[in-house]
Design a protein around this ligand. Structure first.
Ligand code: EPU
Length: 348
């Protein structure tokens, strides 16, 4: 019997749905109910439905930052509002609202086409606008937090729509209040404030060289985006070609004394200044040094291109991928005493 499908105003509900095409690690998980949410305003009524209101809830965007280690026993809500709205411009800044379901890269390219700055280094990151604030996506020296004015979200505790100003979002390195309390808020839209003119960020390793290879002497935001896109395409495995969720581990942060003692033993270990006087170390380098780059067990693997990326060579289950990730953590721990933290959300 085909799975039950119920069409409600603003939302389609599917029972016992496959998530295999809905996570970029391509894990063949299923969920009890899947809701395609076209109109976020129906969310409170949806969550109150008798069949659904006691089930565990997961909001899933493009599935590019999750690992399903088992089936999801509850409801998955998939925001589909992809609208991008120009709200106005003042004092050299544009105000733009984007629906949670908008594709991130499409949104970045929209801002570039409108000659807005701020997001050029964040081009080509897989995922949706609604997911971007959750882990404060970042790449090539930029983080989305600097361009977020506020986030519109449903507060499941207070049972109301709320406006979360950037300061309330408590953004950190791949972190926010949304990540800390994953069951509390459901994001429906993000408001961005984007400058017409801002300094380009081209200090991150590789950008200048790429611009030179492109023969660009006076770069603009579009050129930086193109340089970053070329670097990413070269360095990171493409999720349309091989299942992956980008960086699988966060770069570990520690106090300078700890970092110095590790660097005394491993002098080539790359390190950068982090927030609050701490030091950030390269997890990719540590994984490579621990001998795990290109490691493969069945179809679960560590990319041979970039050691931070867990890959699915074919039909690896979530449990197999997670087991390999644990093996990598143990190898790095044996080498350094550091337990790497996963970057994606591990489910259920
Ligand atoms: N490196 C290795 N081995 C490798 C890959 C890298 O030794 O296999 C070394 C590099 O030589 C370099 C250092 O590690 O010295 C850093 O490498 P890279 O510039 O690739 O950055 P990263 O710290 O590994 C972070 C983000 C990426 C982002 C890049 C570029 C995290 C967890 N990851 O990776 O974000 O694209 O910087 O800005 O912070 C993601 O979050 O999914 C993601 C891909």
């Amino acid at each position: 019997m085909p799975p039950a499908r119920i069409d409600l105003p603003g939302c389609s509900l599917i029972e016992d749905a496959s998530l295999a095409e809905r996570n970029t690690l391509r894990v063949a998980a299923r969920c009890a109910w899947f809701a395609e949410l076209h109109d976020a305003s129906v969310l409170p009524a949806l969550l109150a439905r008798p069949a659904l209101h006691e089930l565990p809830l997961l909001v899933l965007g493009a599935g590019s930052n999750v690992l399903f280690t088992a089936d999801w026993p509850g409801l998955v809500v998939h925001p589909r509002d992809e609208r991008i709205e120009w709200l106005g411009e003042s004092d050299g800044y544009a105000h733009v609202r984007a629906g949670a379901g908008a594709n991130w890269d499409h949104f970045v390219r929209w801002t570039l086409a409108h000659e807005l700055m701020g997001l050029e280094n964040l081009v080509q990151i897989p995922g949706t606008v609604g997911a971007a604030p959750i882990q404060n996506i970042g790449a090539y020296g930029a983080e989305v937090a600097t361009c977020i004015e506020h986030v519109e979200a449903w507060d499941r505790h207070a049972r109301c729509w709320t406006r979360m100003d950037a300061v309330d979002c408590r953004f950190g390195y791949r972190d926010s209040c949304f990540k800390q309390a994953p069951d509390r808020w459901i994001i429906r839209a993000v408001h961005f404030v984007l400058p017409r003119v801002a300094p380009l960020q081209i200090e991150y390793a590789g950008i200048r060289e790429e611009l030179a290879a492109m023969r660009v002497d006076a770069p603009r935001a579009v050129h930086v985006a193109e340089a970053v896109a070329r670097l990413r395409a070269r360095k990171l495995p493409d999720p349309t070609q091989i299942g992956n969720a980008g960086s699988f581990f966060k770069n570990p942060e520690m106090d300078p004394a700890q970092a110095a003692s590790l660097q005394a033993r491993l002098p080539e270990l790359p390190a950068w200044p982090a927030d609050h006087g701490r030091v950030k170390l390269s997890a990719a380098w540590l994984i490579e040094r621990a001998g795990c780059k290109g490691l493969r067990q069945g179809d679960a693997g560590i990319s041979a291109r970039h050691a931070l990326v867990l890959v699915n060579h074919g039909h690896a289950s979530g449990a197999e991928l997670w087991a390999l990730a644990q093996q990598v953590r143990e190898a790095v721990h044996a080498l350094t005493g550091i337990w790497l933290e996963p970057e994606p959300r591990i489910l259920p």
